[in-house]
Design a protein around this ligand. Structure first.
Ligand code: BEZ
Ligand code: FE
Length: 304
């Protein structure tokens, strides 16, 4: 048995993990261990600081429920979700394909289905009504008929259904099917910018850093067509004061929109409209797909 020092303890930990049969797990755990040890050495981590870190991660886990995902929120405010998104895009998004954005912690599967033109604001109808319309095509502009379009957003008070009242009631979200020419249109209310949830451990962490915790107003969109790469994105409203300082780093120029009256082709002349065409990339060889996010209920540990 060799006495360990601050260098050899890292080597020893890596050596014990070296027999991990799954090669990808072995690679990830070895890199995580090396970086974690290097981080502790860089800041000369003290026992009370180490314990505060353990307490923080414990609190983050305890804040998770079928309706709340505090770990995704942590990943988001650290910029890690955006980084994984960017790397995922670099590996399979075609240049002309619509840019992606964060799925965020408020996505839910099985949102209600609507016919084209209907409004997703069913229970909570306050706010300015707007129309969103456009086409779903492949990266060369060929229409993708029947594309499934899932949209979700906050109400006009800046709350998702998961935060407003009864979390089991779905509102301000819905699924639509594009028509035979890939065209879609739906009604909603103009969202406002909102604060990420600041009432938990991640909120405390963000406040300790003097960050405002806001996200600029946006609408989440997920577009799925068999044979194409699933598109997880969002449209951001350019008039939001926090458009350049999103707490979770989700905004790209190409995703910034403004609503306007009188747009050519707008399905309703009486309402402001946002026009946006979504271009899906082909599913490439070796492209495993994957979402940077999940319905929170799917991440709960299985009952023993
Ligand atoms: C969201 O856009 O829903 C969101 C994303 C990251 C953190 C909090 C909220
Ligand atoms: Fe959001």
């Amino acid at each position: 048995m060799a006495d360990l020092d601050r260098e050899s303890v890292t080597r020893e930990a890596l050596a014990q993990m070296a027999a991990t049969p799954d090669p990808r797990l072995r690679e990830i755990m070895a890199a995580a261990t090396r970086h974690l040890h290097a981080f502790a050495q860089e800041v000369n981590l003290k026992p009370d600081e180490w314990l505060a870190g353990i307490a923080f991660l414990t609190a983050v886990g305890q804040a998770c429920t079928p309706f709340r995902q505090e770990y995704i929120l942590l990943s988001d405010v650290l910029g890690l979700s955006r980084l994984v998104n960017l790397m995922h895009d670099a590996e399979g998004r075609e240049a002309a394909g619509t840019e992606t954005s964060l799925l965020g912690p408020f996505f839910r599967e099985q949102a209600p289905e609507f016919a084209l033109g209907e409004s997703i604001a069913v229970h909570d109808t306050g706010g300015t009504e707007i129309v969103i319309f456009g086409r779903v095509t492949d990266s060369e502009g060929r229409p993708l008929p029947g594309a499934e379009i899932d949209i979700w957003q906050t109400n006009a008070a800046g709350l998702y259904d998961l935060q407003a009242g009864d979390a089991t009631v779905m509102d301000m979200r819905g699924r639509f099917r594009a028509d035979a020419e890939g065209r879609f249109h739906m009604r909603t209310v103009k969202p406002i910018g909102y604060s990420i949830p600041l009432d938990g451990p991640v909120g405390k962490f963000v406040k300790q850093q003097n960050r405002h915790g806001m996200r600029p107003a946006h609408i989440h969109i997920l577009v799925a067509v068999p044979g194409h790469r699933e598109l997880v994105t969002a449209l951001y409203f350019g008039d939001d004061p926090n458009i350049d300082s999103d707490t979770v780093f989700g905004v790209s120029h190409s995703l910034v929109v403004r609503e306007a009256m009188g747009l050519p082709g707008a399905p309703r002349a009486d309402l402001p409209a946002v026009q946006y065409d979504f271009r899906l990339s082909r599913l490439g060889a070796g492209d495993g797909g994957g979402r940077v996010g999940s319905d929170p209920s799917k991440l709960m540990p299985a009952a023993e």
